[in-house]
Design a protein around this ligand. Structure first.
Ligand code: 59J
Length: 576
């Protein structure tokens, strides 16, 4: 009990009032505690966490692209990206000079940019530095400066494989080529990490990994980087020599359908795309279509042989080197007189090809070309691939039949043409093409009967090895090479043909006794007066084939000197 003094200095009612007020205060505070801790606790805690717990993405490693032997063509390397929170960095003016210096920018530019963004919480300072260079700056420990780990794509083969591999953007998303076509396969799934930050956004602590990053898958291409280099170099040298605008080389494995090399000029460096012009990026071998011209004669002749109406020795009269077909005249550049079917191929006679076609009709030729893949996608899945055009008419007029027979009135890509020659190289069987390495090749579908196929191969060989053949510059010492030249007047956008602009083509297979490779070379607009396919494209074909035969260890099938040279008898007693 409290003893109340009688001097009256403390009145009972006052005392009760004070106690009452204190009690009220306690009640209010207790209620507040209950309110904050219990009733609003969850909400307030999450609000607090939102101000200090952050989820940070862990970048996923993008899969690498390699050639068939595992040589890297596209690889992701770790890089450091630096960013700043201007609302913090703005207060660190004394440290701006050292920061600007380390970033390699002048102080004024740096300060202006910071002031312009003073209200923001995020600006990039520098993306994709090497981790070593980045650490020089993070070691300065300037408040408001942060780093993120990222990956950057690097293309070790540079322009040599650029058109096929394509490239990614700065966020590592595929933009072109296989990087685009196989983006989902290559890219992984980013992970996530919880971190604690203080009031100023500085990292206090790594709390936990919520989800690990899942790396992407690797992609093994069918191409052989060594052959890709050879094709790239030989084409570049030929374009220089003949003053040409551009070109393509496609090299196929005839058994597996694998693309062993595919190159184009002009090319570009995927690691530095600052001065890119649109034409440089085009994978011409799959995107550009053109009238193939004489390489189609091979299939006109094959259709003729398949019809049973022709043998390689069947003769026809091509005199006088021209032939009237209703409104049009078919021309040979010389009068070749009487030629057999092999001779039509050897000399590349338009008149001879037209005569065969007018005799057997356009349909069997057209059907054969379709079965060989003309006018349809190759199935390579390359972004932007063209199909070309293979005409079909209910009734073929003689002009249409004649022009088809020597390669006009249709358009193909270089790759489609190479595919058709690969069928010849594969005993007449068509296998699907592939840009990815194949472990178990398919047997393929028989398109050209084996006996006809063999006869056509023999003719292709005579074009290269025979007396007066148009393809002699495609020869490779030690090997039997077969192929067909083509020199095509380019078409004008306004219709008709350009008088003095050409495309030089060579299509063929090797080695003839047991083919392994098919290739097509296209040279666009040689300008130095030489433009025949036999002069411009055939040597490139020969060089590329020579490289392929050597690097793939294909045994020589044409070594007459080995059979002819007689070794002198070893005389007894000449030694010692
Ligand atoms: C030719 C054509 C254009 C289209 C003729 C090339 C036709 C034709 C209308 C004259 C150059 C030239 C449909 S020739 O490819 O015949 O590669 O080594 O462009 O004929 O009718 O001054 N090729 N080329 N013709 N057109 N239309 C030969 C031939 C071919 C060679 C040489 C010389 C043409 C042997 C082409 C080669 O096989």
């Amino acid at each position: 009990m409290i003893n109340i003094k009688p001097n009256g200095s403390l009145h009972p009612w006052r005392f009760r009032l004070v106690i009452g007020l204190l009690g009220l205060c306690c009640a209010v505070i207790s209620w507040q505690i209950v309110q904050l801790q219990v009733l609003d606790g969850g909400f307030l805690r999450s609000q607090g966490d939102k101000r200090s717990v952050r989820h940070v993405a862990i970048p996923a490693h993008r899969g690498q692209i390699t050639d068939r032997h595992g040589e890297p063509l596209a690889v992701s390397t770790p890089v450091m990206t630096l960013w700043a929170n201007p609302t913090q960095l703005i207060h660190q003016e004394s440290r701006w000079p050292e920061l600007a210096k380390a970033l390699g920018t002048d102080l004024k530019t740096f300060a202006d940019r910071l002031k312009a963004n003073a209200k923001r919480e995020f600006i990039y300072l520098r993306r994709h530095m090497t981790p070593q260079d980045g650490e020089v700056i993070t070691d300065l420990k300037v408040p408001g400066v942060y780093s993120i780990e990222e990956y950057r794509r690097f293309y070790p083969a540079g322009e040599v494989a650029a058109h096929l591999v394509g490239f990614t953007n700065v966020d590592e998303k595929g933009q072109e080529g296989l990087e685009l076509a196989y983006n989902e396969w290559l890219e992984g799934v980013p992970g996530s990490r919880q971190v604690l930050q203080d009031r100023r956004g500085r990292l206090i602590k790594d709390v936990q990994v919520v989800r690990n990053a899942r790396p992407g898958n690797d992609l093994r291409m069918s191409i052989d980087l060594r052959l890709q280099y050879i094709a790239h170099r030989e084409l570049r040298e030929a374009l220089k020599e003949f003053g040409a605008k551009g070109g393509s080389v496609v090299l196929l494995d005839v058994h597996s359908g694998e693309v062993l090399a595919m190159v184009n000029h002009p090319a570009y460096n995927p690691n530095n795309r600052t001065n890119l012009k649109p034409g440089m990026m085009r994978n011409r071998a799959l995107i550009d279509v053109f009238e193939p011209g004489s390489p189609i004669k091979t299939f006109t002749v094959a259709a003729g042989l398949m019809s049973g109406r022709y043998q390689p020795s069947t003769v026809m009269d091509t005199r006088p080197g021209t032939m009237r077909v209703s409104t049009m005249t078919v021309h040979d550049i010389h009068n070749y007189g009487v030629l057999d079917v092999s001779g039509v191929m050897l000399k590349s006679s338009n008149v001879g090809a037209a005569k065969i076609a007018l005799d057997i009709g356009a349909e069997p030729i057209r059907d054969l070309l379709q079965q060989l893949g003309m006018g349809e996608y190759t199935g390579l899945g390359f972004p932007g691939e063209s199909v070309g055009t293979l005409p079909s008419h209910r009734r073929w007029r003689p002009v249409e039949t004649a022009t088809l027979s020597y390669g006009y009135g249709l358009s193909t890509t270089a790759t489609q043409l190479a595919q058709a020659y690969a069928v010849l190289g594969n005993g007449g069987r068509r296998v699907p093409l592939s840009l990815l390495k194949i472990e178990n090749p398919e047997p393929g579908e028989q398109i050209i009967p084996a006996d006809v196929n063999q006869q056509v191969l023999t003719m292709l060989r005579s074009v290269v090895d025979g007396e007066g053949g148009t393809g002699s510059r495609a020869r490779v010492p030690g090997y039997q090479i077969g192929g067909k030249t083509g020199t095509v007047h380019k078409t004008l956008a306004t219709g008709g043909y350009a008088k003095d602009r050409y495309r030089s083509v060579f299509a063929g297979v090797a080695p003839i006794s047991n083919p392994r490779f098919a290739a097509v070379v296209v040279v666009d607009e040689p300008s130095d007066g030489k433009y025949y396919g036999g002069l411009v494209a055939a040597p490139v074909f020969g060089q590329v084939m020579a490289g392929a035969l050597r690097l793939m260890d294909i045994p020589p099938d044409d070594m007459p000197e080995l059979q002819q040279v007689e070794l002198p008898p070893i005389k007894e007693g000449t030694r010692g």
